[in-house]
Design a protein around this ligand. Structure first.
Ligand code: PLP
Length: 382
């Protein structure tokens, strides 16, 4: 039998060993890691809502009123008022008939893809889709095809070919993110929506890194483009800009009813704590309000500032600095940590081999000094 020590040694030799970095809690932009006070440029808490007083209060009140645990699966007796209030708000905000929430975005992706697809169906994913989407597609039993990142010609070919050979009652689903998690670039959503409609397919759009950042009320890229009602499945997480935890799917009532009948991570798991749902609802309410708009404006001015320093055109709060080898990325990250900036190295298998990078994420709470300081230190370390 293979020993775990041997696997760990080979991961270590390849520079791919991962370990936990205990962080002390503090304001999201000034944390402590490994004994250093650091400015955190690695969090997905884009608007700083995870420590917001209103969210903390909402969570505490929900815990006092409903308890800490839900006690059972949503379908048994765990479906509490905060869960329902959250789902109604998400549906309204996303312009859909209904929504269903899960314990995490990861569980949402697994649940949705394996509930809606089966053997004989076809799922087509962008090459850079998040692991949760790939895992869900694999588990579904459908034929899985991948197109090169944002390659519309290849996507069109795949759609055309499969539409011709697929029986009428089989499903053909395209999956993409609106803002890509490791590259920060955007998918050409209008073109993808057109192709999907032309070939009588379905579209699942994961807005994990667009919610809170894009859209008139922070709903994401689909809303910003006026395309919400042409996208069958709008998916996202509540753990990033929303500041809490969980994941959701917004869709038509029939799809949501089918989902709650078939999604195994939903059915066979205790409902998320009511405090988590209450904090998520509060986070969305803030994002949709004028305060949310002000936070978005601050975030975008920070994004523009760093993009200008790096000579890049900004499209989201994620700015990768691609360094190539695992070693180069690890060295640059360590050098930054010593200078007081936390920007971890992202390595294989999270990104393809040879494209190891620093993944810098910006928050509305970063100061101008922190951003210029990060940039100065980057110049010296890479
Ligand atoms: C983070 C992320 C997820 C998973 O969401 P969690 O709530 O963290 O489990 C899914 N899809 C994408 C694109 C993500 O970036």
């Amino acid at each position: 039998m293979r020993h775990p020590e041997e696997e760990l040694t080979s991961l270590h030799e390849e520079g791919l060993l991962r370990s936990l970095r205990p962080m002390e809690s503090g304001p999201p932009t000034l944390s402590r890691a490994e004994g250093h006070a650091v400015v955190n440029f690695s969090s997905n808490d884009y608007l700083g809502l995870s420590r917001d007083e209103a969210l903390v209060t909402a969570a505490c009140e929900a815990a006092r009123r409903h308890g800490v645990g839900s006690g059972a699966s949503r379908l048994i007796s765990g479906s509490l008022p905060p869960h329902h209030a959250l789902e109604e708000k998400i549906a309204e905000w996303k312009g859909s008939q209904a929504a269903l929430t899960f314990a995490s975005g990861y569980a949402t992706a697994i649940g949705v893809l394996s509930a809606f697809l089966t053997k004989g169906d076809v799922v087509i994913l962008d090459k850079l889709c998040h692991a949760s989407l790939i895992d869900g597609a694999r588990r579904s039993g459908a034929t899985l095809r991948v197109y090169p990142h944002n390659d519309l010609n290849k996507l069109e070919c795949l759609l055309k070919n499969y539409r011709e050979i697929l029986p009428n009652d089989s499903r053909l689903l395209v999956v993409t993110e609106s803002v890509f998690s490791m590259d920060g670039d955007r998918a050409p959503i209008p073109e993808i929506v057109n192709l999907v409609e032309q070939h009588n397919a379905l579209l699942l759009l994961d807005e994990a890194h667009a919610v809170g950042i894009l859209g008139s009320e922070g709903q994401g890229l689909a809303e910003e483009l006026g395309l919400q009602d042409r996208i069958t499945f709008q998916m996202g997480t509540l753990g990033k800009a929303v500041g809490s935890a969980g994941g959701y799917l917004a869709a038509n009532r029939a799809w949501i009813d089918l989902l709650l009948n078939k999604a195994r991570p939903f059915i066979y798991s205790t409902a998320p704590p009511p405090a988590q749902a209450a904090a998520s609802l509060c986070g969305i309410e803030i994002i949709a309000s004028s305060r949310g708009k002000a936070l978005r404006d601050r975030l975008w001015s920070n994004i523009s500032r760093l993009a200008e320093l790096l000579g890049k055109t900004p499209s989201s709060a994620i700015m990768p600095v691609i360094l190539g080898t695992t070693e180069a990325a690890l060295d640059a990250s360590s050098a930054l940590l010593v200078k007081g900036y936390l920007a971890p190295a992202i390595r294989f298998p999270t990104v393809p081999r040879g494209s190891a990078r620093l993944r810098i994420t910006l928050s509305a709470e970063h100061t101008t000094e922190a951003i210029t300081g990060l940039h100065d230190s980057l110049l010296k370390s890479s």
